[in-house]
Write a protein that binds this ligand. Sequence first.
Ligand code: GLY
Ligand code: MN
Ligand code: MN
Length: 436
Amino acid sequence: MNKNEFKKRRKALMEQVGNGNIAIVASASNHTRNRDVEFPFRQDSDFYYLTGFNEADSLAVFIPGREQGEYILFCREFDEKKALWEGAHAGLEGATEHYKADDSFPIDDMDEILPGMLENKAKVFYPMGRDPDLDHQLLEWITKIRKQSRNGINAPGELVSLEHLLHEMRLFKSTEELKLMRRAAEVSGIAHIRAMQKCQPGLYEYQIEADVVHEFMQQGLRYVAYPSIVAGGKNACVLHYVENKNKLNAGDLLLIDAGAECDHYAADITRTFPISGTFSPAQKQLYQLVLDAQYAAIEQIKPNKPWNNAHDVSVKVLTTGLVELGLLKGSVAKLIEDEDYKQFYMHRIGHWLGMDVHDVGDYKVDGEWRLLEPGMVLTIEPGLYIPENCESVDGKWRGIGIRIEDDVLVTKTGHEVLTYAAPKEIDEIERLMQAN
Ligand code: GLY
Ligand code: MN
Ligand code: MN
């Protein structure tokens, strides 16, 4: 990501924070996996969005109008020994030189320096309630400043949630952000193609997961955006199945929900296809129904449409189809009103997508579903999940789980499907799989 992009974001944030106030955002921390081993580090998205700084133990402070510099980064000092064991880190000089902080201080000195920065500020903007340590520390600093009121020093009077400002910014993707999201989407699509090509009865779910991740990494995207779901047969009915440990059986479907991350931006794709390369008649009927619902929902993605329309349309198409196929009985309107469809379609149509797979941003404004605007990216992922023990339906439907998920950008005139690379038409999938 271009360094100017981070600068633009900081400027936009500071304009909203306003002179006389201060904003604070902390980095993510390292987490121990066991003894000397840590989980892979993933920077906090808000922190990265504003700084591009990819180290733990850091804290960014924004003080609009501060003469000595408005953007201050607290971070680890450069330590040669640490560099030898853990690799390069920016240090105080790197923070100003490469990351364009106006000022930098050792994170170990934060407790002495930060209270001074809070003095006489009216409001403190920070991600409230997210990091209990920071919440606690902030209150301690403020208490400390209060004790100096007789010296004419005022403590901040208001703590304000920074998230609202920042997440509204993150909801609208810039050209630079869309470049990364397109790359994540494209590579993820190619990975789903590889999975379709490699799939064979008798393999294990984790072997197909390996193919997906293989493609991500070969294409230069080291990290998954979320743990991949590779669910054969009835496992697809477990919405967050991530064990990926069972054998793939001929005649079953395979549901894969997997996406790569490109420089902190996620793709989120689900495809469902037949393990042996050909859909059975029952699988075909249900699959086509989900696909029709998905197309109908995607049609709703254009500026000024309420966010919820896509969901409502998917419910209507799926419920109508379930009645036609005999899985539900009764009037479509009544089944929708009574939410009977929820036994087979129990999640919503999708979510915002960006640096976080379930990205930030409000879905309602003043109690009403938000209207879509250009630059928003969201997923459209209808599904049907027929429990194995569902006695109210014919046996041929039981244990089938299908979801089809694409990433969709709202454009000025309508939408763009970012994840077009992954095939989803029945004949396209069958052709691709049978060509192997
Ligand atoms: N992969 C998570 C989701 O589809 O929401
Ligand atoms: Mn999703
Ligand atoms: Mn997904």
